[in-house]
Write a protein that binds this ligand. Structure first.
Ligand code: GH3
Ligand code: MG
Ligand code: MG
Ligand code: MG
Length: 323
């Protein structure tokens, strides 16, 4: 019951966010080889408040799509050179344009054409002569559906971020780290390649919190993450394992190479100068390093070795890398 009411509250808040439908917000591209037809449709749309643009051939339609970014296309089927079905097919095979809803507006009421149009990804099919009110209703419907789809996609992307990113440092969280690490493990097992893991723990971090406050501690964590990110490659992943502990996963990286990266990270962190009032604060990190070997069945086995290395690094005096 609690979940249900939370869900209802959420949906209501989402509904309140939905903008009223305003035709002026939308640009519609009308494609027809006959200017008489074109004029009729454009007039109807104009009259309803839509922004319009037009094309008299398939080739021109592409030009318009590229330059004007229409929200919806009303597409004639029978045109010389490139017909409407070909235009539709070409648009749907283009990543950038495939989401634009296409409504066929055609004199052809042949079942074959209609089925082909839908098969190629058209959202609707209206035959000429058409009723203006019906065409407008369908246009509005598809524009609203498209907007809802876009909003859902944006919400999903937002959710992906929330689920995978650590909010303090903006690096991968534990969950994303494991997902990535497990992928790497499967790849290594399947293709007999390697990867390495660094487990990084800041030294005497409690002391920073105690001496300069928790907010300063948070700032240090962010700075350290930036520094680590600048020391690794685009394909490597830095994640926050928890607290002041971080993990770097290095795909396709063997021990020798991983040692170089780990040393670079250790050195970079130790050279950071953090200004607090008049004083500069220094920080170091201990790093445990493990490289995948063929016997490893799970990610935990690799992590466990990295953890043992980290423990030894602490024991041997910190600010060092141990394998
Ligand atoms: P060691 O060299 O042995 O690692 O010493 P340490 O003080 O770093 O280790 P310990 O694990 O005892 O302490 C970790 C500290 O990190 C304790 C905790 O208050 C602090 N910490 C964990 N998460 C956060 C955080 O999100 N923000 C801040 N400011 N501090 C954190
Ligand atoms: Mg025609
Ligand atoms: Mg620590
Ligand atoms: Mg710790």
């Amino acid at each position: 019951r609690y979940l249900k009411s939370a869900y209802n509250d959420y949906m209501n808040s989402q509904l309140n966010k939905i903008k009223p439908f305003n035709p002026e917000d939308f640009l519609i591209l009308v494609v027809d080889d006959l200017s008489k037809n074109l004029q009729l449709v454009v007039d109807i749309l104009d009259h309803s408040g839509y922004a319009t643009t037009f094309a008299t051939s398939g080739q021109q339609a592409f030009e318009r799509v590229r330059t004007a970014h229409p929200d919806l296309i009303l597409l004639d089927l029978m045109m010389p050179e490139m017909n409407g079905l070909q235009v539709c097919e070409k648009l749907k095979s283009n990543q950038e344009y495939q989401e634009i809803p296409i409504i066929f507006l055609t004199a052809s009421d042949e079942e074959g054409d209609l089925l082909e149009a839908f098969k190629l990804g058209a959202v609707d099919y209206v035959t000429k002569p058409f009723r203006a009110a019906e065409l407008l209703a369908r246009v509005k419907n598809h524009l609203e559906l498209k907007r809802t789809r876009d909003e859902l996609k944006a919400a999903y992307a937002q959710l992906e971020l929330l689920v995978n990113i650590d909010p303090l440092t903006n690096v991968a969280n534990r969950r994303a780290l494991f997902k990535f690490g497990e992928q790497e493990l499967y790849r290594a097992q399947r293709y007999h390649c390697s990867f390495s893991i660094l487990l990084i723990d800041l030294d005497y971090f409690k002391h920073i919190n105690d001496s300069y406050g928790h907010a300063m501690g948070d700032t240090v964590l962010k700075i350290v993450c930036n520094a680590i990110n600048n020391s690794i490659r685009q394909i490597d992943l830095l994640g926050r394992f928890g607290g002041e502990e971080f993990v770097v996963i290095l795909p396709k990286t063997k021990l020798k190479e991983a040692i170089i990266v780990a040393e670079r990270i250790r050195k970079t962190i130790s050279e950071l100068s953090l200004l607090v009032g008049q004083k500069t604060l220094k920080i170091t990190a201990s790093i445990g390093l493990a490289t995948y070997n063929q016997k490893d069945a799970t990610l935990d086995e690799v992590l466990h070795r990295a953890d043992k290395g980290l423990y030894l690094a602490k024991e041997r005096g910190r600010n060092q890398v141990v394998i």
